[in-house]
Ligand binder design. Sequence first.
Ligand SMILES: [Zn+2]
Length: 229
Amino acid sequence: MANDSQETPELRKVHCNECRRETEHRLLMTVQGDSGENVELDELDGHECTIWWETTFDLLQCCGCRETLLRRTFIFSPHDDRPDVRYFPPRVSRHSPKWRDALPCDVRLLLDEVYRALDADNYRLPMMGARALVDMVMVEKIGDVGRFDQKLNELERAGFVSSKNREVLAAALDAGSAAAHRGYAATPAEVNIVMDIVENMLQAVYVLHDAAQKLKKLTPPRPARTARR
Ligand SMILES: [Zn+2]
């Protein structure tokens, strides 16, 4: 009999963290988890109603890169019209930069926490974390010299950020402060802009600055010009 569905039954379209997009996944195994049903009396109309629930675990493997993940689907009927679907490991919303390992340990660990908060679709926590990261870098590089704007000025004076980057960092700090003190939840687009700014600053301070110093040491000096005979 012909299959009307466009999708092969064993294949599922799921986001792949390695391929960084939605790809076909092969369903390797399905395991039934907790399930059951209860008959309850409806307090409003006095009728009996049956409630039931079921949990399903699907082991899925990307057809492209073979990365494998577990999908947990929980259905609670009749109260839920949409199942609760979770993935392990969760979908990565923002990937760590390649130069992550060049960062000092405390900065790297805080940056990792910010990424994990983003993976869980949190928006206030990453903003607070971004603000803490900027503060950490400023105190380490220029010392605790007063208010945020004073530290930013010092950061610019020390040559770690350009004038333009100082402006965008000030915006990032304001977003982090609003998240911490006024409960402001930034949109995903705003959070991504702040993360771009913070990553640029970290790369400039810890990666590019060191790379420039090393390059300077390795580059042989220009030979002195010899006078023509
Ligand atoms: Zn993949």
